[in-house]
Structure formats: C-alpha cells, structure tokens
Design a protein around this ligand. Structure first.
Ligand SMILES: [Zn+2]
Length: 277
C-alpha cells in the first residue's frame, strides 16, 4: 500500500511537472497553454503522447527530437524529476503526521493538506523557474498561494470547529507581507534602487498564509543564507561585480527556504538551538 501510494505520487508529480514545463515556457511569452499542442521548436514535429511520458521519453530519445534530432533541454527532465520527488516528499510528510488511528475528520484534514501542499509545490516550481528566466513572479503563483493558504486555514477551522487555523493563516499572511515589504523599503533606501520586486513580498505573504508567522521568519533566514552562499560563490566564480548582485532574483531562494522549512523544519530548529549549547 505504501509502495503503491509512493509510486503514484511520484508519477503524478512527474506528470504535473511535465505540464508545468509548458506553463514555465509559454505563460511569460503570453502564449496559450493548451494550443497549439506540444511540438519540437526546431522542426515543428508534433510530440506524440508516447513521446511525452515524463522522464522516460526524454531518456529513451536520449534528449533529442525523434524526427530532427535537435537537442531537448535537460531542464525538462530536471523539472519532471523535481516534481516527482517533491510530490513524494509531501506524501511522506503528510503520512508521518497522521496519528495511529485517525478518525474521519483527521483523514479528511490530512487529505486536503496533501492536496494543498501538492498545489503549493507546483506553484513554487513554476514561480522559481519563471523568476529565474524572466525576473518576474506571476500573480497566479503569489496571489494564488495567499488565497490557497487562507482558504486552507478556513477549511481546517471548519473541520475542527476552531477559529485558530484561519486566524493563524491571516496573521502569517500579514506578517510575511509586512516583513518583506519593510525589507524591500529599507533595501531601496540603502541601495537607492529597487532592492527586490513586489512579487517577492507577495510570495512571502503566501508562505505566511500557508505555514504561519514562524515559517516566515525561518524562510527569510534560510533563503538569505542560501542566497548569500550562492551569491558569494557566483561572484568568486565569475568575478561578477557586486552591483549585479541584486540582479539575481530572490524568488527561487524564498522557495528553497520554504521547502527546507516544510520538510526539515523541526530538525532545523533543534540544530539552531544546538548552536548555543
Ligand atoms: Zn524536431
């Protein structure tokens, strides 16, 4: 049963991510995500369904178009593998949080939580890659994440007859949005230029709406640590000027920080406390 569910979530994640690849490519270019059907950008050959099986097809075709042998970016298979792994990680996280003998409302609450988390990791994949390519975060990712978080809080409040969940969600949204807005405001004053986009502020609002105020602080710290390490490495490797440091979009780091908090939150907290012992 566990094995079937695991294979199912990995497969589902890879299939969804295969669609996310289309979204990542087409949405910023203002193209429709349904038509025309997938085709080779070089020779225009339509991609048949058996050539569109996530991960497997790319490996079987050795990363080349079946007709003209034009190379297909390994990023497609990377995004599909990432989708599969994150969907599986969500399933494991939700299963681990399930009590020994759950009642109906507990099962319902966890099933909805899994669905919300699958949606959220999908939004983060799309947001990260679009931000990396185009330095913009689409509203359906950031505002969508905020709506998803508050709706999820309201649902859990209804299931458990407690106003706590929805209030925690709204408080998280306000805290995440407010904190990043302040960072952005102070950053613009210090650097006399736009230090980060409003998209990042909205994205942190979504993190707060989904996971609450504590997760906002953790995500801010984690994303800054990862961002600094990568930033310093890039400056050292490519001798980039410090001035272009701010050009690296912040969105993917927020997502990385959020993922670390989602899957390793308790471990990270005890590690942090351990630093002062
Ligand atoms: Zn081709």
């Amino acid at each position: 049963m566990v094995l079937i569910l695991s294979v199912f979530s990995f497969g589902l994640g890879a299939c969804i991510a295969s669609f996310l690849n289309v979204v990542i490519w087409r949405v910023p270019r203002g193209e429709s995500i349904v038509s025309p059907p997938s085709h080779c950008p070089k020779c225009g050959a339509p991609i048949r369904w058996w050539q569109n099986v996530p991960i497997v097809s790319w490996l079987a075709l050795r990363g080349k178009c079946a007709r003209c042998r034009a190379p297909i970016s390994p990023r497609y298979v990377l995004v599909e593998t990432l989708g599969g792994c994150l969907f599986l990680a969500v399933l494991r996280m939700v299963a681990a949080a399930l009590p020994q003998s759950p009642d109906v409302s507990m099962l319902l609450s966890h099933a909805v939580f899994a669905f919300v988390m699958w949606t959220w990791v999908s939004l983060m994949i799309v947001g990260s890659f679009i931000d990396y390519d185009h330095k913009l975060l689409p509203d359906f990712v950031t505002v969508g994440g905020m709506v998803l978080g508050v709706a999820h809080g309201a649902f859990q409040s209804a299931v458990f007859h407690s106003v706590f969940h929805v209030l925690y969600s709204v408080a998280g949204l306000a805290f995440g949005f407010g904190l990043l807005w302040l960072v952005r405001f102070l950053g613009s004053k210090a650097f006399r230029r736009e230090a980060m986009g409003m998209g990042d502020v909205f994205l942190m609002g979504a993190v707060g709406a989904l996971f609450g105020p504590v997760a906002v602080l953790a995500t801010l710290v984690l994303s800054s640590v990862v961002g600094s390490v990568v930033g310093v490495a890039m400056i050292l490797l490519s001798k980039t000027r410090l001035g272009s440091f701010a050009e690296i979009p912040y969105g993917p780091y927020i997502c990385l920080g959020c993922l670390a908090w989602m899957f390793y939150g308790p471990e990270l907290v005890s590690m942090y406390i351990g630093l002062f012992k």
